[in-house]
Every structure is written in C-alpha cells, then in structure tokens.
Design a protein around this ligand. Structure first.
Ligand SMILES: [Fe+2]
Ligand SMILES: [Fe+2]
Length: 712
C-alpha cells in the first residue's frame, strides 16, 4: 500500500470517467427524422392492463392517418385474418427545430386477461412487424415487473445493454417502471430517439410505466415548470391523477399490486402540486383493494447524496407511506444505488418502517461525490449500472437487483404478515452466514490498544512505524517484523526491525534492531517453508523484493520480484506492492496491487519468475462505497475449506481513511466480498488474522499495532 502516492493519476482517471459518462451525443436533428413508416413504438400501461393496453407510435406528416390491428396470437399465421382494425388518434407535434411528426395512439380494449395478443401499427405507407404482448393476469398469478433508475445519457450506446439484460431475465414482465430522467434534456428529439433506439423492440412488448424526473421537465418562457412536450404525445398513460398532472401522476392495478406514479418534480417546485398529489394519494391508498402497493417517483425520500435533501417530498408523503403501509418505493435522481428498510428513521420512537425505499440508476451517468453509506441504507453501490426484476406471488414480493452484466447483486423478499408490517428477508446474506463465519469476520477491539507503536523519539531508528508489519506465531511465541523510520531520514530509508512476545500483547524489541540495513523494507509478508523464512516486501519506489532468512534475524536480499503477463512479457513499468503470498502444493501464489487500484494474482514454481494467472485483476475496487478507491490484500488464510483474503480499503479518493475487509474464494482467483464489510474501521489498516492456538485474533498494523478478538 502507498499513502498519498500516485494519487494524482487516480483522481484524474476518476474525473475523466465521470466526464465521459456525462457526454451527451451532439444534437443532429436529421438523425431520427420520421418517415411514413411507424417508429418509436411503445406499449403503455393502462389503469387495468388485464383488459386493455395502449400503444403509441410516430410517423412523418405523410401518414395523415394510421391504424393498429390486433388479434389473439396464434402459431397459425392465418390468425391475421381475424385481426381487428382500429383507427389511431393522431396528434401533430411541432416543436422548434424538431422535424414535425405525427404521434399516433390506440387503446386496445375488451381484452382477455392473461392472453397473448399480436398487434401491428401503420397503414398504406407501411406497417410494423406483428408484435406480441400478454395482458396482465389475475391476482393469483405470479407478477413480474422491471424497475429502472435514471436512463438519461448515452442511452443508445450504453443503456441498451441494460434493457437487453433485463429483457433476457424477465421476458414475461408485465410492466417496466422508469423512475424518471428517461432522457437528459426534456425537449431534445434526438435523445428521445436514443431512448427508443436503446430499448428497441422491447418498448413495443413490455408496457412502460414511466414517472417523469427533473430532466423530463423544462421551464416555459413564462417560467412554468412543465413536462416535456414529447411526453403526452408519445405515451398514453392513465388519466386518473389530479387534474393538471394527467399522465405523470397516475395509477394502475396489476395482478394485486397498485402501482402509483407521483410527479415529484412538480412537488419540488410547488406546494400546490404537493398538496394536490398528497390528497389524491391518500384517496387511492385508503381505498386500495390490492394487497400490495408500489409507489414510484424521481426525487428520493432519503437521498444517497449528502448534499441533497428532498424535504418536501419526505414531509408530504412519508406519513402516508407509513400510515397505509406502502410496500415499495422506487426512486431515482442520485445516480447511485441504495436501498433500506430496517433502519429507516421513523417519527414514532421504536417504530419500524414497513416500506422498502430504493434508489437506483440504469444508465451510465454515475456519481460518487458526496455519497456516503448512510445509516438508513441496508445496501448501496456506486459506479454500477443496474436493473431490478421484482416478482410478486401471493404474500411474497421478491426483489432482485442485477448489474448491467446480468450478475445478481442484491436480493431480498418482503413477506406479508396479517395486521403487521412486512417481514424483510435478506436473500444474499443467507449465503454470507455460512461463507463468512462470525468467528473470522466479527471482532471487537482489545482494551489495551495500541499494543505497539513508534518510539516518538527522533534519536531512535524507529521513531515511527508504518504499513504492514507481519506476525508469525511459532512454538507458542510471537514474532513481529516491522518497518521503522525517522522523520529526518524516512524518505531515503526504511529499516526492518523485529519484536517478540509470549502472548502477542506485550512486545519486546530485539536488541540487534534494526536487523537489516542494506535494503529499504516495508509492507512485508513472511511465509515459512521448510526451514526457510521468505519475506516478500515493498522496497524503494514500491518495487517488491524477496528476502530470505533461516534464523528470522539475518535476511538476504534476493532481488526484485519479476512478474510477467500471461504471454511472458514483463508487466508494465511502475510500482507494484503489498505482496501477499500463499503457498500450496508446490505453487507460490503472489497477490499484488498497483496504485492500490486493484489486486492481481501471479504464480511461480521457482520464486524466480512469476506469471499472471490472468492479466485482469482478481479483485477490483468497488462497486460499494467502502472500498471504492483503494484495495490491497494483506493476508490469505484457509478456513473450513475456503480461502479468505483480508484486505484493506479506502472509501475516499484522497485515501484519508482506511478500513479492514474480507473476501472469500474457492480457488484463489474468484473472490466474493463480505456483505458486512468493513470488519474493522477506525482508520486501521494493513491488518490480518493470526491463529493463537485457540482462535483467530485480528491485528491491524498501521498506524500502530492493535489487536481484536472474536466478538462472541
Ligand atoms: Fe438523473
Ligand atoms: Fe434527476
């Protein structure tokens, strides 16, 4: 590990990423010019999508009228002869330099529940393909739906992959909720073009349930905050909300779930719209025949960003969510992931929230500034594009959070309890309990800490100590190697010292200290193999060296460690450090970090040449906040058949504070981080467990030596 070294490049590269994600494709009004053939086909949720469904599409002005045809879908292609033809409602949209277009819509009515239909839209100039959708079923059927946080930017290039993964995971979803900021600039046609292109045919198959965000709003020259001019022409949403907020504040009942969209942007700008929606919401919550209630809007009740606080949203609506036991609140706006229920602040002392609050992001615009893991969050992540698949069946709602690569990231169930708030069950912690046994992840600090530190005397060689010293226990005795330096000479030399102890608590410095004077030695890992001690340590400029000894005191420098890429060529120039070594079946495994950005693994049979197992890291920083900006392994142990890597990490760009963490692996290559990370805070780093004959105790080595014992 390095403190405050090479930080500039890290900050620059992070800054560059954020700027890149914010890039919005340049406006090109020609790019999505309408033609006589339909495009931008989108299915919309109606108030009751078991018997009706709405569809919208766009053409050029050349199509003066347009039609939709619908039939029950059959494998026999002759089903088309049974299709019913409906004339569309057509609306002309003229807006600034946007190519003038016709927006068409049809509401299919009197449909059969739980039935697959085929429809197409168009007319003389051309028709769409026949497209399938399935109407909602009954309350007894399992309901699946998708939830997306902000889509917003780089929609065509980088949100599209999320939509496709979501469709692959939940092709039978009965609706897709968009929690606002569908695009970046409310009235830019090219961005809506990107939104339709990014979602492709999926928009025409899974009904949309969008709620508008601040970016879907604009201010008129008269200073009135208004939803995008595209919103109402291109969507056909239920008009059952308060007058004046039609199609932005609305609800739909689907298979026993009441889905409600609130227009939070209007709440943010006016108390009038806040009260209008509050009143309306209370009415539809009070008279709700559905067992489940899901509310979506853009501005979160609890903001992951510490610089944001949507007080009016919280004060207006949270009392209703509490009173009427709203099950799930789906939000956006903060471009990060957080969800919480167990520790939601409540007005009444001792009360427990029955509502799960989720903030998410699906597009590539990310934020990491002013995001802290707050007390209300059960789980959080930054720099991760996500989507969510929710399944509701009877009294159980299962919420699955997937990353843009389709990996399950978070999962919980909400279970209905008669007369009580829902019981929340973490589904991923179930594994954590067996994969991360308490005795090796839950530690409490010893009262006598710190056990060992620098002398603070500038006349001694170890005025200060730093980074990872290393402790071995042999024959009931503890040996600790550590790095000492003085304020005056520390930049040119760091010395190696030894201390011993009978109990691992009271330490005695070796009389011959410093025991090695030729080589700068710090951040070491010592492995005993046969009768030889192998010390892997950082030397000057963060180049790792190997030293060997047979008596623990006299060490011979074996030179810099030679690490090769998989193809045999040397790894790129630059520092590599915090060497952490494991030996098994004749193979040496070396974990190393580069700028603390990630951890790589190389192996060797002869300790001469090391070759990367893979050129990609085996452990990356993030996506959760606690290890977002630095990671480095300190020790590997094997426990009950699994490998555990204890690693330190920083949640801060400037590495101002460190924590200790743990990850588990079956093969030393694939690592899974512990959900309960960090396991030790207090800016303690370079830590690792040491078996004391009875149990694992945990030492942290920087900035001084402290010990922790198992909690139980
Ligand atoms: Fe946003
Ligand atoms: Fe927003």
């Amino acid at each position: 590990m390095m403190y405050f070294k090479n930080n500039i490049s890290k900050i620059l590269s992070t800054g560059a990423l954020a700027a890149w994600a914010l890039t919005v494709s340049a406006q090109n009004p020609e790019r999505y010019a309408p033609t006589a053939v339909p495009d931008r086909i989108v299915l919309n949720v109606t108030a009751d999508p078991s018997t009706s469904m709405a569809v919208n599409w766009r053409t050029s002005e050349a199509a003066t009228e347009s039609f939709a045809e619908i039939a029950v879908a059959e494998a026999d292609p002759r089903f088309v002869s049974k299709a019913k033809k409906l004339k569309a409602k057509t609306e002309k949209l003229v807006w600034e330099d946007t190519p003038t277009a016709h927006y068409h819509s049809v509401i299919f009515e009197n449909l059969q529940p739980g039935t697959k239909y085929a429809y197409r839209v168009g007319g003389e100039a051309g028709w769409s393909e026949w497209i399938h959708f399935t109407t909602a079923g009954t309350r007894a059927d399992r309901l699946s739906f998708i939830y997306y946080g902000d889509v917003q930017v780089n929609i065509s290039s980088m949100w599209s992959r999320v939509a496709r993964e979501a469709y692959a995971k939940a092709p039978d979803a009965r609706l897709a909720i968009y929690a606002g900021d569908l695009i970046n600039k409310a009235n830019r046609d090219v961005e809506w073009g990107d939104w339709f292109r990014g979602g492709g045919f999926i928009h025409s198959m899974i009904p949309a349930f969008p709620t508008p965000g601040n970016h879907d709003h604009f201010e008129t020259p008269e200073g009135i905050n208004t939803t995008s001019v595209f919103w109402r022409p291109q969507f056909t949403l239920p008009e059952n909300g308060p007058k004046g907020l039609e199609e932005t504040c609305y609800y739909a009942d689907v298979q026993g779930v009441r889905f409600i969209s609130l227009n939070s942007d209007q709440v943010e700008v006016s108390e009038h719209w806040a009260q209008a929606q509050r009143q309306w919401l209370e009415g539809i919550l009070k008279n709700n025949p559905n067992p489940w209630t899901v509310v979506t809007f853009h501005h979160p009740i609890f903001s992951p960003k510490t610089t944001r606080d949507n007080q009016r949203m919280r004060e207006t609506f949270k009392p209703l969510f509490d009173k009427y036991k709203v099950d799930l609140v789906l939000q956006g706006h903060d471009h990060t992931y957080a969800r919480g229920m167990a520790n939601i602040p409540m007005a009444e002392k001792g009360a427990q929230s029955g509502t799960m609050y989720v903030v998410s992001v699906s597009g590539p615009k990310m934020t990491d500034s002013n995001v802290e893991k707050a007390a209300w969050m059960d789980r959080s992540a930054i720099y991760t594009q996500l989507f969510h698949v929710v399944n509701v069946e009877g009294g159980k709602l299962s919420f699955d959070t997937y990353t843009a690569t389709g990996a399950l990231f978070d999962a919980f169930d909400l279970i209905k309890q008669p007369g009580k708030i829902n019981r929340m069950e973490e589904r991923m912690q179930g594994n954590a309990a067996t994969e991360f046994p308490a005795e090796i992840v839950k530690f409490k600090a010893h009262n006598g800490n710190p056990l060992f530190k620098g002398t603070a005397d500038s006349n001694t060689w170890d005025e200060k100590i730093r980074e990872r010293g290393y402790i071995l226990r042999e024959g009931g005795k503890y040996y600790m190697w550590y790095t000492g330096y003085t304020k005056a000479t520390g930049d040119s030399m760091k010395y190696l010292g030894l201390a011993t102890s009978d109990d691992g608590l009271t330490w005695k410095r070796h009389p011959k200290n410093p025991i090695h004077k030729r080589l700068w030695v710090e951040d070491m890992c010592v492995v005993k193999d046969g009768s030889t001690y192998y010390m892997f340590a950082e030397s000057k400029d963060d180049i790792a060296h190997l030293l060997t000894s047979t008596d623990r005191i006299h060490w011979k420098d074996r030179g810099a460690i030679d690490i090769r890429l998989k193809n045999g060529s040397p790894i790129s120039k630059g520092p590599f450090g915090t060497p952490t070594v494991w030996k098994e079946k004749g193979i040496w495994y070396l974990f190393y970090e580069r700028n603390d950005a990630a951890v790589w693994l190389a192996t060797s049979k002869d300790l001469q040449k090391w070759t990367n197992v893979q050129d990609e890291p085996v452990l990356d920083a993030g996506p959760e906040k606690y290890d977002a900006f630095a990671v480095a392994f300190n020790k590997i142990i094997q426990y009950k058949g699994l490998y555990y890597a204890y690693y330190h990490a920083s949640a801060y760009k400037d590495w101002r504070e460190w924590t200790m963490n743990v990850a588990v692996s079956k093969d030393l290559i694939h690592w899974k981080k512990y959900e309960g990370n960090p396991i030790v805070g207090n800016d303690s780093s370079s830590g690792f467990p040491v078996f004391d004959g009875k149990q694992y105790r945990f030492y942290t080595m920087h900035p001084d030596v402290r010990v922790y014992f198992p909690e139980k």
